[in-house]
Design a protein around this ligand. Structure first.
Ligand SMILES: Nc1ncnc2c1ncn2[C@@H]1O[C@@H]2COP(=O)(O)O[C@H]2[C@H]1O
Length: 255
């Protein structure tokens, strides 16, 4: 499998700051932040599945626009996989006919442009031999991480998370983990904000990596603009065994 980074910033500001969205092969998006707006119309039309970690705006901002842009040109609905809680939030607060039309009922309920597929924590979905599993994570709203398994190796994406022992256990349970994409949103001097908003800062990431007993390439994502250079310097100062690197927009990971 191939994962291409469309956006991996914790905010906006400049050409390299697009929020979270990863293209998997040609037909799957993991989150649909502003990075998804980098796709051409043709590439957007090929998206059959969107897996959402949670309902926060930086992870869903382009979903309503994408559905509206491609719906008419597709014969099948785009399937949006998320937990029942996240689906409820999106239905009530985004696809509510006020912020945006309810595309799960357009053009009609039997042939919609988009359909929600509830996915429980621990559940796996197989798409042509590619298995995507929802893993535990902790944030201010209901959230999941994801493990992607090609059959030859795995990639885990933390989504937005605080320090989460259950996620660490799930990471350690991957038999051939090639890549770990893990957030570090704030710098250490923003520790209070990291705790309040349930994100990691470098000291928390370093503590987490101490507990990781598999040997993936580690990629740091969701750095808040303006704090990004300090976050990376603070991680490097901790000299972690797994030598994390900053995830880059446009980067491709194979597993
Ligand atoms: N007290 C707070 N709780 C949650 N989020 C906050 C708070 N203060 C500021 N924020 C910001 O709101 C953002 C919402 O998206 P994020 O979780 O990516 O990151 C969060 C922080 O950058």
């Amino acid at each position: 499998m191939k994962l291409k980074v469309l956006g991996c910033s914790g905010g906006i500001g400049g050409a390299q700051a697009r929020t979270t969205s990863f293209l998997v092969d040609e037909d799957i998006l993991i989150d649909c932040g502003t990075g998804a707006g980098e796709l051409s119309l043709d590439a957007m039309r090929r998206i059959d599945h969107v897996f959402l970690t949670h309902a926060h705006l930086d992870h869903i901002a382009c979903l309503p626009l994408l559905i509206d842009s491609v719906g008419d040109a597709r014969s099948l609905p785009v399937t949006v996989h998320a937990t029942p809680e996240t689906i409820r939030i999106l239905h009530s607060h985004v696809f509510n006919w006020l912020v945006w039309p309810d595309f799960s009922a357009i053009p009609d309920r039997h042939h919609p442009f988009m359909r929600f597929q509830p996915m429980k924590l621990g559940e796996s979905i197989s798409l042509g031999g590619r298995v995507i599993k929802a893993l535990p994570a902790q944030h201010t709203v209901p959230t999941v991480a994801y493990a992607l398994d090609s059959g030859e190796g795995q990639l885990v994406f933390s989504g937005d998370t605080a320090y989460c022992p259950e996620l660490i256990a799930a990471i350690n349970a991957q038999p051939a983990l090639r890549h770990l994409i893990v957030e570090t949103a704030f710098a250490d001097e923003q520790h209070g904000l990291a705790v309040a908003s349930r994100h990691l800062c470098p000291s928390m990431l370093l503590a987490m990596l101490e507990e990781v007993h598999v040997t993936p390439e580690v990629h740091i994502t969701h750095l808040k603009p303006g704090a990004d250079l300090r976050i990376i310097a603070q991680i490097e100062a901790g000299a972690p065994r797994l030598k994390p690197r900053r995830l880059q927009m446009g980067q491709e990971l194979y597993f």
